[in-house]
Structure formats: structure tokens, C-alpha cells
Design a protein around this ligand. Structure first.
Ligand code: ADP
Length: 485
């Protein structure tokens, strides 16, 4: 199908391995569908293990030259890639919407906001400082330098097909590491388009590669191959756990951005209009399919009915439709399994006494479209309080005291993001410090940016993306002891 690109060469169905573009073997490709229409849009390769080893060997072969280039040169190449992404953002957004479903404006937003990680880390490349530490002996000096970890692999999910790649490639390339990207099979086209632009920017062959194929086989090879130093993964906690196990053999370095179950607390002193606006963003962005999406709304019992009515009014007004149509704010869910999970959580909540305020069923558009839904009087015993729903279901749970709500908010094995709304300064500090999560949004439903550290506590993962901390995940610390002076 024609998706209307200004530069059609950005839509490639081939993988980038060692500077070569490899097409699918006839009859052995992975089909890519538009989730809004079900239409087949492309077929990408299912690379075999030999081809994956070629990619790993190429990265391994390229690593010394890449690490050896002055940081300023690496920075310039990353920056050129960033400029090309920005210049082609409209086309990249069309590709993203075609394979993932989110509205075009949101797709463009994802691309621009996450290309910023390339811009940021291009700058940080020049600031990988070491240390000279006071020595315990007169004839010695204690020096510290930082060096790239080596060949990296990024395994990325379908909910941010473009942004999750630049977030990982930025710090890796800046630190001096080649990186191989394995995108989700549902959404490989954004990754391949980034490969086209990386090559155009002059990033050397072997330094940035994109491979597609059977996730488990490729994952197994990445974990077992001693030439791979590090894997950076964003996806489910279950697969994260599997990577830890498989990578245990040679102590693979891992960065993991896993599931979330974000609480969103509205205290009795909140600015209610601001809280409703924040809730809309925190819940319905990407149709509820982000790992920082609010999954549980704890609303003070004095406000819950008012909050429910206002949120429901806005949710019901969201324009649902195909992402490439003007004005659309909610696309389809990624697949049938996502709809089923939403239905299971909703049915479970209603069976346990929750009240439907708006939505509640599949959208008239059919397919995997679902009505933006709000339910009230939900409770801690329901499935939606324990598991990530990853769908446009806002569940409101009443609370009465601060201590009680902090306990409920922390009663989860996840700890990625939390949100709360208050105008009380002392409470702002108290609650920020008490919440067990890597990110806390105070009076904001939108928290991620390249200058801030993104990552989770508890089973939401390890490592941080963005900020001055983000590059550390791709560096080793070397202590050099200089004696006999
Ligand atoms: P989601 O629920 O978001 O699809 P997954 O964790 O299943 O989350 O997928 C995230 C990414 O991990 C995708 O690129 C997927 O192909 C990949 N993946 C899934 N299983 C494995 C595995 N066993 N090894 C390596 N990658 C995997």
C-alpha cells in the first residue's frame, strides 16, 4: 500500500548488515500489517543465525576504529543523523503510523522528542571525563578513565518503534560502541528507515545495523555470543527476566526498561482541572500503550465523582480513528491480544463492583479499536491494580488518607513512574520521597525528556536512559594504578 512518502526510499524492507541491505528470502519473510486496517504493508527478513553472526562480527570488527575516533568526530556523525531524522520527520511519522497505528501528530512527536536523545548524547560524547584521585602513597598516582563496553544490542518494542531506537543508539554511539538493533516484529519499518538515514549520515558500516527475525532465536544468539558485550532491552518483564537468565553465562551487561504499573494520585488539595488534563495525557497517550501510562488512579474520596465526570467527558470526546486522518487522537490497539487484555481487566473490575462511567466496549470502527473508557470505584483487589493494562482504561480507586494511598501506590512489584497532584509544598516532598519509583511526576502527566534520567525501581528494570547518567550504562570504568614514581 502507498503511504504517501515524499522520499519513498525511506520505506525499505531490507535489513542493514555490515553495510549491505539484505532482503527477505522469498516466502520466508515476516509480514508487517497496518493495525488500523489489517492491510499488509511490507515483508521484512527473518534472518538466520549465520546472518546474525555476520552482523555481530561486523560490529565487533568495527568497534576499535569507532571507539578510537575522537569524540568530536563521533559527535558530528550522530548530530548529522539527528539532522536527517528531523528533516525527514514527516515521512518517518507516516511510516510509524502505518505500522503502529498512533495518530500522525503523535508519531511525529515521538520521533522529534526521541531524536533529541541523539542530539543530547552527541554533546555528551565530548564529556566522558575521567578522574585523578588523591593517592595513598607518595610514589603512586590513581587515575580513572572510562571506555566503551563494546558491541551493544538494542531489542526494542512496538509501542515506540522509532523513539526507543534513538534513545539507545544515542548513548551507545556516543560512548564509542557499535550497536545492532532488533526491532519488534510488528513494527520493523521505523527501525529500517533509521538505518537508511544512519547510512546517509555517514555512520560507518557495522557501527549501526538493523536486523529482523525470530525474537527468541536472535535473543538467544545475542545472549550466547561472547562478542556481544551488552544488551539494552525495552519490553516485558517476562522477557527481561529471560535475558538475565540467558545472559548469565558470560555476565552480559544489561539495561532493562520493563513493565510499569503507574499510580496517579489526586489529593484533596489538587488543582482539579490540571489533574484531569494530566490524567488525559498519562492515560490516553498512544491509546494507553506506554510503560509510563497511568494504570491506577487514586482519587481522594471527596473528589472522585467530580473527577470521574470531568475525565469521562474528555475521554468520550477523544476522536478515535485511523492515525493518518486529520484530528484523530486515538488510534487502534496494536493487536487482538491487546484488546482481549483490556476486556479481561474491564470485566474483572465490573464483576468486583466497579462502575462504568464512559466507554466500555469495542469501538464502532471495528478491528482493534476500543472506546476510551473510564470506570470508578475500582479496588486494589482487581486485576487492573496488579497488572499493566496497556490499553485506554482509566480505573479510579478512592482513598482517604495520605498514608493509605502511599501504601496502595507502592503495593506492586513495579516501580517505573508515579504521578501525583497536590498544591501542598510539604506533601510534595513527603510523597515524592515515599513513592517507590524511578520517575515521579508532580503536577504533570508527561515526564520523559532527554535531559532527565528515565528508568525503574524494583521489577521495572535497571539502568537509566537520557541525562548525564544515561551514557554510564555504555561505559566501563578503568582504574590505572601508576606506581614507582
Ligand atoms: P511486548 O509485550 O511489548 O510485545 P516483548 O517483551 O514481548 O513485549 O517484546 C519486546 C521486544 O522483545 C520485541 O522486539 C520482541 O520481539 C522482543 N522479544 C520477545 N521475546 C524475546 C526473546 N525471548 N529474546 C529476545 N527478544 C525477545
Amino acid at each position: 500500500t502507498d503511504i504517501g512518502l515524499t522520499d519513498p526510499s525511506l520505506l525499505t524492507q531490507s535489513c542493514l548488515v555490515d553495510g549491505n541491505w539484505i532482503a527477505a528470502r522469498p516466502g520466508a519473510g515476516i509480514a508487517v500489517h497496518n493495525p488500523a486496517t489489517g492491510a499488509l504493508i511490507a515483508e521484512v527478513p527473518s534472518l538466520d543465525l549465520e546472518q546474525i553472526r555476520t552482523a555481530i562480527d561486523a560490529a565487533h570488527g568495527a568497534r576499535k576504529a569507532w571507539a578510537g575516533r575522537p569524540a568530536k568526530e563521533r559527535a558530528n556523525l550522530i548530530r548529522r543523523w539527528y539532522d536527517l531524522i528531523i528533516a525527514n520527520a514527516d515521512d518517518l511519522a507516516r511510516i510509524l503510523t502505518a505500522e503502529q497505528g498512533k495518530p500522525l501528530a503523535e508519531a511525529r512527536g515521538e520521533i522529534v522528542a526521541n531524536a533529541a536523545y541523539l542530539e543530547w548524547f552527541a554533546e555528551e560524547a565530548k564529556r566522558v571525563y575521567g578522574d585523578v584521585i588523591p593517592s595513598p602513597a607518595a610514589d603512586r598516582r590513581v587515575m580513572v578513565i572510562k571506555q566503551p563496553v563494546g558491541v551493544c544490542v538494542a531489542i526494542t518494542p512496538w509501542n515506540f518503534p522509532n523513539g526507543m531506537i534513538t534513545r539507545k543508539a544515542g548513548p551507545a554511539l556516543a560512548a564509542g560502541c557499535p550497536i545492532i538493533v532488533k526491532p519488534a516484529s510488528q513494527t520493523p519499518l521505523s527501525a529500517l528507515a533509521l538505518g537508511v538515514l544512519a547510512e546517509r549520515a555517514g555512520i560507518p558500516s557495522g557501527v549501526f545495523q538493523v536486523v529482523t527475525g525470530k525474537a527468541r532465536d536472535l535473543g538467544g544468539e545475542f545472549c550466547a555470543n561472547p562478542k556481544v558485550a551488552k544488551i539494552s532491552f525495552t519490553g516485558s518483564t517476562e522477557v527481561g527476566r529471560w535475558l538475565i537468565r540467558e545472559g548469565a553465562h558470560d555476565i552480559k551487561r544489561l539495561s532493562l526498561e520493563l513493565g510499569g504499573n503507574a499510580p496517579f494520585i489526586v489529593f484533596e488539595d489538587a488543582d482539579l482541572d490540571a489533574a484531569v488534563d494530566g490524567a488525559m495525557i498519562a492515560k490516553y497517550r498512544n491509546s494507553g500503550q506506554t510503560c509510563v501510562c497511568a494504570n491506577r488512579f487514586y482519587v481522594h474520596e471527596s473528589l472522585i465523582d467530580d473527577f470521574a465526570a470531568r475525565l469521562a467527558k474528555k475521554a468520550a470526546a477523544l476522536k478515535v480513528g485511523h492515525g493518518n486522518e486529520t484530528g484523530v487522537e486515538q488510534g487502534p490497539l496494536i493487536d487482538e491480544a491487546a484488546v482481549t487484555k483490556m476486556e479481561v481487566h474491564l470485566a474483572d473490575a465490573l464483576a468486583h463492583g466497579a462502575k462504568l462511567v464512559t466507554g466500555g466496549k469495542r469501538h464502532a470502527l471495528g478491528g482493534t479499536f476500543f472506546e476510551p473508557t473510564v470506570i470508578s470505584h475500582a479496588g486494589q483487589q482487581m486485576k487492573l491494580a496488579r497488572e499493566e493494562t496497556f490499553a485506554p482504561l482509566a480505573a479510579l480507586i478512592p482513598f482517604s488518607t495520605e498514608d493509605e494511598v502511599i501504601e496502595m501506590a507502592n503495593d506492586t512489584e513495579f516501580g517505573l513512574a508515579s504521578y501525583f497532584y497536590t498544591r501542598d509544598l510539604a506533601r510534595m516532598f513527603r510523597v515524592s520521597e515515599a513513592l517507590e519509583s524511578g520517575i515521579v511526576g508532580v503536577n504533570s502527566g508527561l515526564i520523559a525528556n532527554e535531559m532527565a534520567p528515565f528508568g525503574g525501581y524494583k521489577q521495572s528494570g535497571m539502568g537509566r536512559e537520557g541525562s548525564k547518567y544515561g551514557i554510564e550504562d555504555y561505559l566501563e570504568i578503568k582504574y590505572i594504578c601508576v606506581a614507582g614514581l
